[in-house]
Design a protein around this ligand. Structure first.
Ligand SMILES: C[S@@+](CC[C@H](N)C(=O)[O-])C[C@H]1O[C@@H](n2cnc3c(N)ncnc32)[C@H](O)[C@@H]1O
Ligand code: SF4
Length: 252
């Protein structure tokens, strides 16, 4: 971090900008910290809207071999980042919560053995709200995860079915409540402009999400991505006018 030596915050900011804009080689007292993204591409079932690198899991999961391969990847990437600190790790997918807590613990300890993590390094894991995963949340905390990102999408069972999700609204609420108990902080993912969704139903989803007091809420407009099931068999999604009103509507 660049030390602030000027008397006022505004003057300090101006001095920082001048420092970066001056001619010649950029002089940094230390290189900034890095973030690490780890991808676990397994899912129970491929959702019809999803174009992420995610695949239905095979019956026999070569979990430990996959972790070995990830650690080998980290090792191959070490030379250009040698000595740099890592201040956040995001384990995304796919559905990383399908991996066992033991596998996540081994992954994190192997990463710690190779990279310098800051003392307050935030470690996020993406989770789906199925019961199977919810029962493992505390064990993920024990494995070193500090933040859970729960892929709720909607609390409405009809919309969850239309999205091909493998959980229902009650399971989503139970999973978020468990995340709040088990982790320092958590995020809820919602999607909107879902097949057949009304503005009132969207408002009900947002109200339900806010009642669970998430420290962070991500809301994504459902996008029909090329090469997905929805691209081939398009569902009826809300009219453009609905979406415009949605993005300009103010909260009641
Ligand atoms: C890596 S994805 C999935 C995480 C987790 N597997 C799940 O499904 O809950 C992260 C988020 O992207 C959003 N997302 C995925 N596909 C999308 C799409 N086609 N349109 C809008 N949002 C999408 C969803 O909200 C999802 O939770
Ligand atoms: S949305 Fe999530 S659970 Fe569904 S296929 Fe994509 S990554 Fe897997």
């Amino acid at each position: 971090m660049i030390p602030i030596v000027a008397a006022t915050p505004a003057a300090a900011a101006a001095k920082d900008v001048r420092h970066y804009l001056r001619p010649g080689t950029l002089q940094l007292p230390a290189l900034p910290p890095l973030s690490l993204y780890v991808h676990l591409p397994r899912c129970l079932k491929k959702c019809p809207y999803c174009d992420f690198n995610s695949h239905e899991q095979p019956a026999e999961l070569p979990e430990s071999r996959y972790v070995d391969a990830l650690v080998a990847d980290v090792e191959a990437a070490l030379p250009p980042v040698w000595g740099r600190q890592i201040h956040s790790i995001f384990i995304g997918g796919g559905t990383p919560s399908l991996f066992s807590p033991d596998a996540i613990a081994r992954l994190l300890s192997d990463v710690r053995a190779r990279l310098k993590l800051t003392a307050d390094c935030e470690i996020t894991l993406e989770a789906n709200p199925g019961t199977f995963e919810k029962d493992r949340f505390k064990a993920f905390r024990g494995a070193g995860v500090t933040r859970l990102s729960v892929g709720v999408q909607s609390f409405n069972d009809m919309h969850l079915r239309a999205l091909g999700r493998v959980h229902d609204g009650a399971q989503a609420i139970a999973a978020v409540e468990e995340a709040a108990l088990s982790f320092e902080t958590f995020n809820i993912d919602l999607m909107y402009a879902l097949p057949g969704q009304t503005l009132e139903q969207l408002e009900a989803d947002v109200t339900q999400a806010m009642s669970l007091m998430p420290p962070h809420l991500s809301i994504y407009h459902l996008t029909i991505e090329p090469n997905t099931y929805f691209a081939k068999f398009p569902p009826t999604i809300p009219h453009e006018d609905w979406r415009t009103r949605c993005s300009t509507a103010s909260p009641k």
